[in-house]
Design a protein around this ligand. Sequence first.
Ligand code: FE2
Length: 279
Amino acid sequence: MSEKPVLIAQISDLHIKPPGVLAYRRVDTASALERCVAALNAFTPKPDLVVISGDLADTPMAEEYEYLKRLLAPLTLAFVGIPGNHDSRELMRVAFPRAAYAFPAGPLNQSVEIGGLDLVLLDSSVPDRPHGELDAPTLQWLDATLASTPDQPALLFLHHPPFKTGIRHMDRQFLLNAGDLAAVVKRHPRTQLIAAGHVHRAIQTMFAGIPSTICPAPNHAVDLDLAELHEPSFKIEPPAFHLHTWFPGEGFGSVVTHHVPIGNFDGPHPFFGPDGKLL
Ligand SMILES: [Fe+2]
């Protein structure tokens, strides 16, 4: 087992349109992804892998995946993607034919092992529907995958959160069979984190006794409207990604998730002067 931490960058909900087209007539998602790629490339130490947790395209169309590939070409890190409700499994298979998909057709589940850490990527998309669901073959595959190396920690990634957030229009399209996922992960104590996307906001909770997160987006955020004041709306808030850091150690080690804002910010500035005293 590796002694050094494993760094998994998670980016989510890219919503790439054809070149020159804004999402919702307002959001330049391509430029947002360019800034995100620059931030990932600049991050030190270099993340071991980037997981893109769904809604890579927006419509979806083949042209959007072609543009997405061009926008991701400058990324110096390896990446894997799973579909969201805005994606097409078939178009993603064509766009990323070399990915190690677990099934020859249907859901784009994958498992990846990095330095003693297992990443299990679940396809929660339901063709042409906004909500999420894990179908029976995916749940069986998850159970078998988690049973295969019981001594290694595992992080689960999927687009649809298995829990509600209080943002009602999004909660209607969460992972509808979250109970089935809970039943599987409860059989496998090695699951250390469940990481989702879909809501374009940083959110944390516990699900089935496991720390669970939602990753912010590089572009627009779903408005934090807990009082249903508006129709479903978005806001331009500070863009960010998540950096899941696994520290090897006793048992399954530990996982820490950092929220990383995307952009140029003043600093770093030292706290202490040359005399060792606080400035
Ligand atoms: Fe989504």
